[in-house]
Design a binder for this molecule. Structure first.
Ligand SMILES: *[C@@H]1O[C@H](CO)[C@@H](O)[C@H](O)[C@H]1NC(C)=O
Length: 714
């Protein structure tokens, strides 16, 4: 808000105050002073906490948290700045609107029972938060990578929860962080490289987890207090840390004399960030203008090193040019193209992928098999890897879509103005962009964390692969930008937004989707997946099929987005919580085993959303109804139960037969055994028949509104 707006707003409040003075004797006329977004975020927080009666003043809809002094809420002007509800016996979760609390600087919900039942911290968090305390709760899963954006953070306490999996590289931009407590959880894996960016970290508590690897990465942080007891750390304690008397028992450190200094003196810079942050131990820059002998020697050595590096790059480049696709098939960059042992892509290996490991490319998530001999029940492990892929590694010059400059996209998005922000997906933010001639497109700004360790080459390959996917029900990429380390993609703008928003916030469209449109959207999305799975060779896994990735054009035709991004999807343990929970097949949730059949499962979940109008996971509902799949599946063959579960937004306007056939398809897709789920081509066929029947009973499928078509159904 500009100053002027602020002033005008303040004037407005004064006027309001004067007006209310006339009515002051009648309490009904008290006007709300809290701004609307904060109110609605607190309403959602309240219901997500299962509407606890102990929260005096709080209500589920409307109200005035600042004016009415809701328990634990502190405001500044009309904005909520602090929420402190420690030790209140709260359950549930934070809800999906926390990101709307743009003025919130402190959130303390410690010592409650939040997350009980395996819930994760939601992805949406207050963007300007400085202190977050969720200690002593029951949160599970990983730390959402939306933390990467919370650059104002000074204090994070997630101790005494049930977090698990490895920590992703979330610290790169958290240079103001002074306190970090992750103790008493079940974190595993190495400390991520971005730890080295925590240049103000004074307190670090990691005790009682299962972290492994060395602690070299934290050697040069300005720590005053360090507890890493009871983990699986190995190596040596870096000497700078010995001085602060760290608590280190219960690890497997070497007792012998520490090896020579090199490993400790220069922790590797955070991945993806070319900028080198000053470490506190580095002294002030030398003011001497002349060069001493050491400096000259240093420069000579640098030249030699740069020369060697260039030579290395040239060699790698030449060798890469000769290998077509092989680079993707493992850590060996120059391996010739050979059939792979099936265990290379087996579930257990996938599970062990670490966020900080260099990403292998598309092929890891692709099954190589000819469309001609599809075995519908083939699982991920058994695929035929002998076929040569059609998609090839390509440099930017051969990519057939527009190359934009950062400046182009800045102009088109009004400097990535928040007003143009369409949403935040798994890989970054999407902005509406207006180009010359009024053409509307969407710019997806891929966040640095989504592409750790990615070279321009890798990005070229990603863009190239995506740009070769063509289907009426996919979002078509029309351009990209690869400048100044920025990675952006440009695709069509779809007028009706995401299916997720259309289903769950129909009021924004002034209507809810008619039954026929729901069937049409299911069919179109099924066709998109069928294309990726069965027409593309090698098959393309989506891995992230969900209603927020289905975009609807002016005619409500679906367009699947984020296709070809599969290998950027991290291990589900560490994936942002709410986002995927509810869509993943049981084998993915348990062991990260993605396959064509796990996509089919996710497709079934989206069909369930279309049928019920409910979210796949909704913590505001009773325990039995939180997981949509678990709640609905046992009732899918019960016609009376179906009638009760169907989206109330349909107002009863659907043909019972069509509904029950739709439910039959869902039942096939969401079976817990992957091998029993049908291939997408069968799903498409079933939906085509459903659609044809609907057309026979209806003259034309034109009705967009529920009223237009309902009575035409049998
Ligand atoms: C980090 O702290 C400094 C000093 O208090 C402050 O000026 C700066 O705005 C902070 N950074 C962020 C991203 O909040």
């Amino acid at each position: 808000m500009t100053r002027r707006q602020e002033r005008e707003r303040a004037m407005g409040f004064k006027l309001l105050f004067v007006l209310t003075c006339f009515w002051v004797y009648n309490p009904i006329h008290v006007h709300a002073t809290t701004n609307d977004k904060d109110v609605s975020a607190l309403n959602v927080l309240y219901t997500s906490l299962n509407s606890p009666t102990q929260l005096k003043g709080w209500i589920a809809s409307g109200g005035d948290p600042c004016g009415q002094s809701w328990l634990g809420v502190t405001c500044s002007g009309s904005s909520v700045t602090v929420i402190k509800l420690s030790g209140m016996g709260l359950t549930g979760n934070l809800g999906y609107k926390m990101a709307d609390l743009t003025s919130l600087v402190e959130l303390d919900l410690s010592n409650n029972n939040l997350g009980v039942g395996g819930n994760q911290i939601p992805y949406q968090l207050p963007p300007n938060i400085q202190r977050i305390n969720l200690a002593q709760n029951q949160f599970a899963g990983g730390v959402p990578y939306s933390f990467t954006q919370l650059t104002a953070l000074r204090y994070i306490n997630l101790g005494h929860n049930q977090f698990s999996g490895s920590l992703s590289d979330i610290f790169t931009d958290l240079s103001n962080l002074t306190f970090l407590d992750l103790s008493y959880n079940s974190f595993t894996g190495n400390l991520p490289n971005s730890f080295s960016s925590l240049i103000n970290l004074a307190t670090l508590y990691l005790q009682n987890n299962q972290f492994s690897g060395t602690i070299d990465i934290i050697a040069n942080l300005p720590l005053k207090d360090l507890n890493i007891a009871n983990n699986h750390f190995t190596g040596w304690i870096p000497s700078p840390l010995l001085k602060i008397n760290p608590v280190i028992d219960g690890n497997s450190f070497n007792n012998g004399p520490a090896p020579p200094p090199p490993p400790y003196t220069a922790p590797p810079p955070p991945p993806g960030g070319p900028k080198v942050k000053p470490t506190p131990s580095s002294g002030p820059p030398s003011k001497k203008s002349g060069l001493n002998g050491g400096a000259v020697a240093g420069i000579v050595v640098s030249f030699l090193a740069v020369g060697a590096a260039i030579a290395g790059i040239v060699v790698i480049f030449l060798r890469r040019k000769s290998s077509v696709f092989s680079r993707n098939q493992g850590s060996e960059p120059d391996e010739p193209l050979t059939p792979l042992a099936s265990n290379e892509f087996g579930g257990s290996n996938l599970k062990s992928f670490k966020i900080e490991a260099p990403r292998s490319s598309l092929t890891t998530s692709v099954s190589l098999k000819p469309p001609a001999k599809i075995d519908p029940y083939k699982s991920f492990d058994e695929k035929d890897l002998t076929m040569k892929p059609i998609l090839k590694k390509i440099s930017f010059s051969s990519i057939n879509v527009t190359c934009y400059s950062v400046a182009d996209l800045q102009v088109a998005t009004d400097m990535f103005s928040p007003d143009n922000l369409l949403g935040e997906g798994s890989f970054g933010r999407c902005y509406k962009a207006q180009f010359d001639g009024g053409k509307l497109l969407v710019v997806k700004k891929i966040s640095r964390t989504a592409l750790p360790n990615q070279s321009a080459d890798d990005f070229a390959e990603l863009v190239s692969n995506i740009s070769q996917l063509h289907h009426a029900n996919l979002t078509e990429i029309t351009g990209y930008c690869n400048e100044h380390g920025q990675r952006l993609l440009v695709h069509e703008f779809y007028k009706n937004g995401s299916l997720h928003d259309f289903i769950h916030y129909p009021e924004e469209h002034g209507k809810s989707l008619s039954w026929n449109n729901r069937v049409k959207i299911a069919l179109g999305s099924a066709r998109a997946l069928e294309y990726l799975h069965e027409t593309c060779s090698p098959s393309v896994l989506h891995k992230n099929f969900k209603s927020s990735n289905i975009l609807l054009d002016g005619d409500l035709n679906p367009h699947l987005s984020d296709s070809g991004f599969a290998d950027l999807i991290p291990n589900p343990d560490s994936q942002a919580a709410e986002e995927t929970s509810g869509y993943n097949a049981p084998e993915v949730a348990m062991s990260g085993q993605y396959s064509l059949k796990s996509d089919v499962f996710s497709f079934g979940v989206v069909m369930l959303e279309l049928l019920t109008g409910r979210k796949p996971f909704d913590s505001s509902r009773s325990r039995a109804e939180q997981s949509l799949v678990r709640w609905v599946t046992p009732q899918l063959h019960d016609i009376d139960a179906l009638d009760r579960m169907v989206d109330p937004g349909l107002k009863g306007l659907y043909p019972a037969k069509s509904l029950s056939r739709f439910a039959d398809v869902i039942a096939l897709c969401v079976q817990s055994e992957p091998e029993f789920r049908p291939p997408m081509s069968e799903v498409v066929q079933a939906l085509v028949i459903l659609m044809q029947r609907a057309n026979m009973t209806k003259r034309a499928l034109t009705g967009d509104g529920p009223d237009a078509e309902s009575h035409d159904f049998v």
